[in-house]
Design a protein. Structure first.
Length: 134
């Protein structure tokens, strides 16, 4: 469970068609995520991702910690018009307690949309170690 008031998306550039853009997402988890759980970040595909360049471009932090390099995987779902980035290894060090601030960043792989028209929403889903949605 997430509170929309605690969810933010911040790009490194707001410029139309800017390339090599970072997107940083911050939110507070509503329920604890155990060790081995995962977080799936959905990014609208109008924000084009060069998914072949994903290696070494995923970062995560909890609390007020510094964003650190982590691994993530990505799947493009053309039907949904979304890229889904899965962060699993970020939770290998003991899970995340309820109420904890989480920051995720995917760096240098995005190109902003070609206009200032609104795009669909970003999404976040959290999963237990048994792969059940929390």
């Amino acid at each position: 469970t997430l509170s929309t008031s605690s969810f933010s998306v911040v790009p490194s550039s707001y410029e139309v068609k800017a390339s090599s853009v970072n997107y940083t997402i911050s939110f507070n988890v509503g329920n604890a995520i155990g060790t081995g759980g995962s977080i799936v970040l959905g990014v609208p595909s109008l924000i084009v991702a060069n998914i072949a360049s994903l290696s070494n471009n995923c970062f995560a932090a909890t609390g007020t910690g510094v964003l650190a390099l982590t691994s993530c995987t990505v799947v493009e779902n053309t039907t949904a018009g979304m890229y889904y980035f899965t962060f699993a290894n970020a939770l290998d060090s003991g899970g995340i307690a309820a109420g904890t601030l989480v920051q995720l960043r995917v760096a240098n792989i995005f190109t902003n949309p070609s206009s200032t028209a609104p795009v669909s929403s970003f999404s976040i889903a959290t999963y237990s170690p048994s792969k059940f949605i929390i």
